[in-house]
Design a protein around this ligand. Structure first.
Ligand code: ADE
Length: 418
């Protein structure tokens, strides 16, 4: 069974780009090479709901090389790379259901199509598959060994399910691996968000006031890169520790109400709802650019912006200009969907290499540890996390220091003091 995609004639271009990404994903390639021989995933069916990108294609190829039967649908209607979906279906024969710009009902139809394969393991980026299983496909639960989750927003959702006693099977929070969030969230989101804003607007960042809403790992990376481009960076944060860290990192910290009045460019990376709301839009300067790089399109109150606007028009591809009653214009990127994947290509392959190595090893872990895991959200086992770091360093040709016997003994002792 093959999936559905926009245009199968794009397959050759998709394959070329997938191969380009692959040469920058050495850790995943080393796992694929080993699994091609060992076939550890024989008999396993995996249904994945991830952004359909060149990097994801290489993850799917790796699982398939290990013997798994895989199918893929999009985890966001605007992030699909149509040539990649075509290549997965046509060149790699891996069923993929994804069309860039698909409406909500097609989006969910595609989720159901991957669930129709009766998977043993689901992979999510945002928890939509697990939520769909829970809400309308409970007949699948007895066959499901577990799931993996790629992103902060999904982990929050799954932990809420666990807290309500609703989580139906074990989940590995891939996002929480150190080799995921400290790298993908920080350097991946940092670079790809700037990339998306620039591709959409071709604006100069130097000299602008760039407001980052949320100072988690994504916010830290984004602030760092915006500063590097010469912007004056302002941080809006609700957590006192993170806010303090932002101050010590050299940023100006203030509430959203104050930032709204001085910002030229605003980006939300909080995982929360309406962090930029109507009262904030009402305070913004003429020409303000507003974007979101969090997983769901809830961070900006786009409905509210529509309601206060007297008119709107598309001024560039993926840039909508909203005119307020006093003539001020607010420019919204990608309808408030994640700008790094909707206007650019998401995180570069070098960083997805580690995230997806964690995904692949977590799928293997769930499959080879049946019955050992309960219906809880688990971290990636520390030894897998370290293994990914070790393999990445090896692939980069970097050697690290090793402890001497004397140092090992010292660290294990308590009686050697002043
Ligand atoms: N999330 C962020 N960037 C991504 C990418 N390039 N591929 C898949 N998921 C992503």
């Amino acid at each position: 069974m093959l999936g559905s995609c926009k245009d199968r004639t794009l397959a050759a271009e998709g394959k070329r780009r997938i191969e380009w990404a692959d040469q920058a994903m050495p850790v995943l390639a080393s796992i694929r090479e080993r699994w091609t021989v060992e076939q550890p995933l024989q008999g396993l069916r995996v249904a994945a709901c991830l952004h359909v990108t060149t990097e994801t294609a290489n993850l799917m190829r790796t699982l398939a090389a290990g013997g798994a039967q895989v199918s893929l649908c999009a985890s966001n209607p605007l992030s699909t790379q149509d040539d990649v979906a075509a290549a997965l279906n046509e060149a790699y024969k891996l069923p993929t259901f994804a069309i860039r710009g698909e409406d909500t009902s097609t989006y969910y139809e595609h989720l159901h199509q991957v669930l129709d394969t009766q998977p043993h393991i689901t992979m999510d980026d945002g928890a939509d598959l697990v939520n769909t299983v829970l809400s309308s496909r409970s007949e699948l639960i007895p066959h499901l060994l577990g799931s993996t989750e790629e992103t902060t927003t999904g982990v929050i959702r799954l932990k809420a399910m666990e807290a309500h006693g609703k989580l139906p099977f074990p989940v590995i929070a891939v996002n929480d691996a150190l080799t995921k969030h400290m790298f993908d969230n920080r350097y991946g989101t940092g670079q790809s968000t700037i990339d998306g804003i620039i591709r959409a607007t071709n604006t100069l960042l130097a000299g602008t006031t760039f407001v980052v809403v949320g100072y988690g790992w994504c916010g830290r990376g984004l602030a760092m890169r915006a500063k590097g481009m010469g912007a004056h960076v302002v941080i809006v944060e609700v957590d006192p520790l993170k806010a303090l860290e932002a101050v010590m990192d050299g940023y100006v910290v203030m509430p959203m109400r104050d930032a709204a009045q001085i910002g030229d460019i605003f980006v939300t990376v909080t995982g929360n709802k309406h962090v930029i709301d109507v009262p904030h839009f009402e305070l913004m300067k003429d020409g303000a650019i507003v974007a979101n790089s969090g997983h769901f399109d809830v961070e900006l109150n786009v409905k509210g912006l529509n309601a206060i606007a007297v008119s709107k028009r598309e001024v560039r591809h993926e840039v909508e200009e909203f005119m307020l009653s006093d003539g001020r214009r607010i420019r919204l990127l990608c309808q408030g969907r994640l700008v790094n994947l909707a206007a650019a290509e998401g995180h570069p392959a070098q960083v997805m290499d580690m995230s997806f190595a964690n995904q692949a090893l977590s799928v293997h872990y769930i499959y080879t540890n049946p019955g050992r895991l309960q219906a809880k959200v688990y971290p990636v086992p520390a030894e897998l996390d370290k293994e990914v770091a070790r393999l990445k360093l090896q692939a980069m040709g970097i050697q690290i220091e090793v402890l001497t016997e004397e140092q090992i003994a010292y660290l294990a002792s308590y009686d050697l003091g002043t």
